[in-house]
Structure formats: C-alpha cells, structure tokens
Design a protein around this ligand. Structure first.
Ligand code: SF4
Ligand code: SF4
Length: 489
C-alpha cells in the first residue's frame, strides 16, 4: 500500500497507511480500514503533547496536514493546544484569503428525483411534495430576479432523473443563464451540483463553460451510505465516490467536495474527506477547489433528529478550523443552512464563500414562497436579503466579493492551485473584490450599504501591494462610476 505523505511521517506513522491514494477505486482511496486506523491512532495520541506540538508545528508551515495528523487534533480536547489551532486557522485564512468573502446563490431547477435518499425531501417516495421543473422561460425569470439582487455567481441544483432532468436540460439551462443580460446584470460563473454522471456528460458540462462541479459525498462510510440510499442509481457507492475522477477525466479540473454532517460519525467523515482530497492531489495533481460543510437540516418529511450523529455548533466550528489548517489552498463554503451567529464564527475560522438570500425551492426567487410551500430542499436559517448580508459583512470588516475572474481567465485546475499555493493569486483577488463590490454598490445597494461600501473600498485600496495594480484598479473604479462594467485582473 502507498504511504502518502512525507514531512512528519516519522512522527505519525505507526504502520503503513492502509489505503492507496493514487488508486481510482473508491474502496482503495477511501479504505475503511485506513479510516478506522486513523481514528484509533487519533485516540492513542490525542493527549500526547509531543505529537500534538509536532503536528501543530507542521501546520504552522502553512502547507497542510495529513488526514491522520488532522484527526489527532480533532480528537484532542486540550484547550491550550486547540486555542493554538484556532489562532492558526485565523492566520491561514488571513494569509490565503485576506478579508474577502465571495458570494453566490443556489438556483434550484427541478426537484424531480428517482433516488431514495433518506435525508432529503426530494426522495422519490415523497408523494405529497410539489414537484416542479423550471422551463427555460421560468429560468430566465429566476435569473433576472437574482441579477436584480446583484448576484454574479450561481450554483445550479437539480435532482437525478434521466427523464425529467436529462443532461440536455442541464446544458440548455446553463446556456440560458449565461445568455441573459438584463440592465447591468450578468451571471458570470455557473457552478453545477448534479448527480454523479458519465465522463461524456462531464465533458459536455466542461464545454458548456461551467465553473466548479460540486458533488457532496453525503457520507463516506460505505455501509451507512448504502443504508441511507436504499434505492435509485445513487445507491452505488463506488459510482458516486469515483465521480470526481470521471469529472477530471472529462476535463473538469475544479471540483468541490463536501459531506452532509450529521449522517455518520463526524470523525469518520472528517478523516475520509481529507483522504478524498489527498486522493485527488495524488491521482490528478489537483486538490479540491472547494469543500462545503453542510449539516443535516429540517425539511418537509425530514427530521434531523432522526439521525443520531448531529454535531454541536462548537464541534462544527472545530471542524471548519481544522479543514482550514489541513488544506489551506482549498476554498470553504457555508450555506444559509446555518444561521447568522454560526456563519459569523465560521467566517473567521476559514470560510471563504457564502451563499446569500438563498431560496431552496424550485422557482423560489420569483414567487414568494407561500407559508405552506413544501418544495424546499431544506429550511433556510439565514433569511436576510443580499443587501443585509453585504451590510453585515462590511460592518464585520469583510470585503464582499462577486469575483468570477479565474475560470474566465483560464486560471483553473493545477494552474489555479499553483498560483494559490504560492499566494500569487492574492494580486488578483483583492482588486477584483473591490471592483465587483463597486459594481454592486452602483447598481443594487441601499444607501447605507453604499456609504459603508465606498468607505471600505477607499481603505482597502491601500492594501493592494503592487502600485501598478493599485493604479489600474483606481482607474477601473472610476470607469465603473461612469457606467462601465466587468473589469478583472
Ligand atoms: S439528495 Fe439529491 S439525489 Fe438524493 S433525493 Fe435529494 S435531490 Fe435526489
Ligand atoms: S481572483 Fe480567482 S481566486 Fe480570487 S476571488 Fe476571483 S475567482 Fe476567486
């Protein structure tokens, strides 16, 4: 079996790793025996101060941690050591992402689904939920509503249904979304969250110009996975778990991972999630572009307390901090499944992208969801408007960013990762954040948000280190005041 990692091998290896990070077979790169060996190793070392210090020292190099090392920290309840980890997570967040937060919105296209997932109200056996699939005209109306809020980046979501939601429908919808130019609005990046599919379909998505392909694993524990997905194509653990490998074979080099915390033991999921990230890096040379951290939430016929692995807010925050430390170069996403207070803490610990003003039902942006509407995938905890979210971010000292520059400039996959790992990407992120914020302030902001945002832009211009870039950014800001749009570095 392959031993995947180097720097602290002598510290943490009590035996060979029991998995093959380069294998393309799910049960070899997410080997159950390796996850269990990791949990055992973490339990044995969580109070070993020498091991803890060595792992934290490695983390301070800012190059990440292995799943075993990070799992030791997750098991550790030494308050002093954990404070060091939280401080480090904040520092790494600041170094890689500064004070910028990228915003996006989900767009639900269809809730038809042939799967039987026990934690989702769209499961096929739910006969009383209203089923909807947007026509291209309805998509147009939803997108105009999103543009009128100020959104530039969407994640499209739809259930798995080869008859109602074939790949052609997804491709048509992406084209519709990109083609809509309404006032000064534009959707400049469409990320796609659809069921695991074939290499050929991934190739078609790539050709359609998608940003990131996102697929949540839900749970990495094969036995639980099969129980939670009793029927439908999603029942096939290997096919689902190997989806990112097929996506990469189809040319999509930005992929987004995630588990649905609460379904299984969080320690198992955490170790396996990092093993999946290690696998992508080992097998394809590119780690995950993003990691999402959803928790099971209430929805129509779903009661989250039916799953006995629910996660406290404190442990959830610890996981976010540890993912930040373990994979510093990977963006982290938190949705409106979480309320304002949790999101606020999560931002400081490592989150780089959030959704704002989300509707999780099909057609929810145009029609106000009626009280008795039951078509949402989950209940939204943060129901603020996008302007309220921006105002809140600015007040907290974060620069809201609608930047979509990288994939439009061809900075994807290993090219993006190289720029990200050596932090050169920062020369683009900060000015792009200011330019896209300025567009928002001109076109969509309330008076109060506009005043606070303009003051922020003036302050933040000083933080662009390169004088030439700063000068160009100032010229573009002026151009935006004069009605021009869509500048990027
Ligand atoms: S989680 Fe996805 S695949 Fe499962 S029932 Fe819901 S929409 Fe369908
Ligand atoms: S420049 Fe690239 S990495 Fe930075 S915010 Fe924009 S799209 Fe993201």
């Amino acid at each position: 079996m392959v031993t995947a990692l180097s720097v602290t091998e002598e510290i943490i290896l009590v035996g060979d790793y029991m998995y093959d990070a380069k294998s393309l077979k799910a049960e070899e790169f997410i080997a159950d025996e390796e996850v269990r060996a990791t949990l055992k190793y973490a339990d044995e070392n969580k109070d070993n101060l020498q091991v803890l210090d060595e792992i934290i020292a490695k983390a301070k190099l800012g190059k990440g941690l292995t799943h075993r090392e990070a799992s030791v920290l997750l098991a550790c309840d030494n308050e002093e050591k954990m404070q060091e980890v939280y401080d480090l997570a904040k520092q790494i967040k600041e170094e890689y992402y500064g004070n910028r937060i990228v915003l996006f919105a989900p767009l639900y296209l269809s809730n038809y689904c042939v799967n039987g997932c026990l934690y989702c109200p769209y499961h096929m056996k739910n006969k009383h939920i209203s089923r909807k699939k947007l026509t291209q005209e309805e998509i147009r109306r939803e997108v105009i509503a999103l543009q009128d809020m100020g959104h530039k980046r969407l994640a499209i979501e739809l259930g798995e249904d080869p008859v109602n939601n074939p790949i052609e429908y997804v491709l048509d919808s992406i084209k519709t979304i990109y083609d809509i130019k309404h006032k000064n609005g534009a959707i400049r990046r469409v990320n796609v969250n659809i069921a695991a599919t074939t290499v050929e379909n991934y190739r078609k998505l790539k050709e359609a110009g998608i940003g990131t392909y996102i697929l949540f694993q839900e749970t990495y524990n094969k036995e639980s996975y099969e129980t939670l997905h009793p029927t439908g194509p999603k029942h096939d653990y290997a096919y689902h778990t190997e989806a990112m490998d097929r996506a990469m074979e189809g040319g999509i080099d930005d992929v987004g991972l995630g588990v649905l915390f609460g379904l299984e033991s969080y320690r198992y999921e955490f170790a396996a999630l990092l093993m999946h990230a290690e696998h992508l890096e080992a097998a394809h040379g590119v780690g995950p572009h993003t990691i999402s951290v959803p928790r099971v939430k209430k929805a129509d016929d779903i009661d989250p307390t039916a799953f006995d692995n629910s996660l406290s807010d404190e442990m959830f925050e610890k996981i976010i901090a540890l993912i930040r430390v373990a994979v510093p170069y990977t963006g982290m996403i938190i949705s409106t499944r979480e309320g304002k207070a949790v999101r606020e803490k999560a931002l400081a610990l490592g989150i780089s992208q959030i959704s704002g003003a989300s509707r999780t039902s099909v057609g929810g942006y145009v029609e106000e969801e009626p009280e008795d509407d039951n078509s949402a995938q989950f209940d939204v905890s943060d129901r603020r408007t996008l302007d309220e979210v921006l105002n809140w971010l600015i007040t907290l000292g974060y620069v809201p960013s609608f930047c979509t520059a990288c994939y439009r400039e061809g900075r994807t996959g290993d090219r993006f990762m190289t720029l990200c790992k050596n932090k050169q990407i920062l020369n683009c992120c900060h000015p792009n954040a200011l330019l896209t914020l300025k567009e928002y302030l001109e076109d969509y902001a309330s008076e109060d948000t506009k005043a606070k945002g303009l003051a922020m832009i003036n302050r933040e211009l000083e933080r662009i280190p390169n004088e030439k870039v700063r000068k160009i950014a100032m010229e573009h800001l002026e151009d935006i005041s004069n009605g021009k749009r869509d500048f990027r570095f």
